[in-house]
Design a protein around this ligand. Structure first.
Ligand code: ZN
Length: 195
């Protein structure tokens, strides 16, 4: 007998709880509480994430005047996803806006690394695996280099797929903190040529 009514009883309870939940939810949506907005005491932080993954904090302090009064939706319009922004808002206490940059940080912008472009050894901007563009095409055909070095160039072009120990080796040989170090290595590269 008790067994027979257990399931409907449970369903009734569920229906009551769901109804109560809906009522509470509806009350919040329809209630008169205003949406929290950015105010003069909202803690604000602006961060930039560079293409190399490095993060830099820009402005930090209280929210700037031009965004006072914005609610969560207004903030997203001011810092649009399409422009690389992401927003963490806990209003009215805190607002963090993060912009994803397509550039490298100041340190890594000076970096150069070797790779291959159209069959020739090429110098790329930024660190290995950073997706930087070719900034100089050399006149050294990859085919003119010994096999062990061609393998390294191939690995450099697929840097992010390499195991950690291979990446460390490539960094020490194919990545340079500035142009001067790069040029010293380029001269040695010429001597490796077999043509
Ligand atoms: Zn960096």
């Amino acid at each position: 007998m008790g067994q027979r009514y257990a399931v409907p009883g449970f369903l009734v309870l569920l229906a009551i709880l769901t109804g109560a939940g809906f009522w509470v939810w509806g009350g919040t949506v329809n209630g008169s509480d205003p949406e929290p907005v950015v105010g003069e005491y909202t803690a604000f932080r602006h961060e930039i994430v560079y293409a190399c993954g490095d993060r830099e904090t820009g402005d930090q302090g209280f929210a700037p005047v031009e965004i006072h009064g914005l609610d969560a939706a207004g903030i997203r319009l001011h810092f649009p996803d399409a422009d690389g922004w992401s927003v963490v808002a806990n209003l009215p206490e805190e607002l963090v806006v993060v912009r994803q940059s397509v550039r490298f940080c100041q340190k890594h912008a000076a970096y150069r690394h070797l790779g291959v472009c159209e069959g020739y050894v090429a110098v790329y901007e930024g660190p290995l695996g950073g997706g930087g563009e070719v900034c100089q095409l050399t006149d050294i055909p990859v085919e003119s280099l010994p096999g062990f070095y061609r393998d390294k160039l191939d690995q450099a072009m697929a840097f992010n797929q390499q195991p950690e120990e291979v990446q460390a080796g490539l960094r020490s040989e194919m990545e340079f903190p500035d142009e001067a170090t790069l040029h010293a290595v380029m001269e040695n590269l010429d001597e490796l040529r077999q043509d």
